[in-house]
Design a protein around this ligand. Sequence first.
Ligand SMILES: [Zn+2]
Length: 199
Amino acid sequence: MYEGVVQDLIDELGRLPGVGPKSAQRIAFHVLQSDPTDVRRLAHALLEVKDKVRFCAVCGNVAEAERCRVCLDPRRDLAVICVVEEPKDVVAIERTREFRGRYHVLGGAISPIEGVGPDDLRIRELLSRLADGTVTELILATDPNLEGEATATYLARLCKPMGLKVTRLASGLPVGGDLEYADEVTLGRAFEGRRLLDV
Ligand SMILES: [Zn+2]
């Protein structure tokens, strides 16, 4: 629709999650009208994040070192692991201040439709963390939707025979939704009211 580089920018923006063609166009023109210093700062932030941020070798959360801030924190309870789908879920749960254990980020959820199976998630890494018996409780905090429930059931079946207490966040979270959209109070309550999972 536009010429050369403007259209290139709109195309690139349109490939971002949640950005439709109209938004892509709006952002592109915002960039065109912005101060060059602001645009350079944005470009710099994009490059820096790819350069500096990696994934924690233990839990899969975003990290600026080999281990993330949670895994490096000696005050965290080593006996409890909260399993989530994405690093953004870690942020959502940290905001509630209800959880003092550590995390395990799966990198998604089981979804046959999208061709995501257990082997595509960081499940093997989870099992190796459970192997030495330090962890006694596993809290399954995958999203309250079809894929999240399927993933929780799969993990519960896998881990229960290991003698772990396997719990799931209490209901009350917006069903079909994303963990990150739950407000702090609701998510905090869901943590407190977590229930044992029967599988
Ligand atoms: Zn970590």
